[in-house]
Design a protein around this ligand. Structure first.
Ligand SMILES: Cc1cc2nc3c(=O)[nH]c(=O)nc-3n(C[C@H](O)[C@H](O)[C@H](O)COP(=O)(O)O)c2cc1C
Length: 190
């Protein structure tokens, strides 16, 4: 078992799935953020926090603020999970801005950021979330097409549907980074 800890916040399960995949690859524990005691991250060599994107905010970001002193001493990775495609160049800036907003100032520079793609199933959304998406889609539809960001487009294209873009391969860069942080060396085949 490796000396890392994965903590996540997920409302509909996409972020949890990524957190579990990461924990499997790193052979380390994975916890929902509310299950984490202050002692939890204490002796870990690396911490990974994953939160879902809701209206540009990262769910569970309070965890990072609350434990900032504890998280300052060891490598930290933050991954976000949203419906917008992180490979689309025009999304890069807004995803980065969302991730940085979730981090308290002293953690910003040291934290490695990763952006993963989740999914959405309108049939499973809470009434509040459905109403929020309906209002957002109405605003976006009124916007001229060339004024819509990639994120806006993704929201309109997936509106009302059930889509799942989760992809285990997406975690590879994060897993490599944590392995390097923990000083794992690649196996030698000589
Ligand atoms: C009300 C609402 C707001 C959302 N806002 C964003 C957003 O700003 N950016 C984004 O990429 N995805 C957004 N999404 C999509 C979610 O991030 C996506 O469904 C994600 O996979 C949810 O993760 P979870 O299942 O772990 O909660 C939003 C979804 C809802 C319902």
């Amino acid at each position: 078992m490796s000396n890392a800890l994965v903590v996540y916040s997920s409302l509909y399960g996409h972020t949890r799935r990524y957190a579990q995949w990461i924990a499997e690859d790193l052979d380390c524990p994975v916890r929902e953020r509310r299950e984490v005691t202050p002692e939890g991250p204490k002796d870990c060599g690396a911490r990974i926090f994953g939160g879902a994107l809701y209206a540009g905010g990262v769910s569970g970001a309070e965890f990072l603020k609350k434990h900032q002193a504890l998280l300052a001493d060891k490598p930290l990775c933050l991954f976000t999970c949203g419906v917008a495609d992180p490979e689309a160049p025009r999304n890069a800036e807004s995803l980065r801005a969302s991730a940085l907003r979730a981090l308290p100032e002293p953690l910003r520079e040291k934290t490695a950021l990763f952006f993963l793609r989740g999914g959405i199933d309108y049939g499973r959304l809470s009434l509040r979330h459905r109403a929020m998406m309906a209002a957002l889609a109405a605003v976006l539809r009124r916007r001229p097409e060339d004024g819509r960001s990639e994120e806006d487009r993704a929201i309109l294209e997936t509106y009302g549907k059930a889509v799942d873009f989760t992809d285990r391969a997406g975690i590879a860069p994060l897993v490599s980074r944590v392995r390097a942080d923990l000083g794992w060396s690649a196996p030698s085949f000589e």
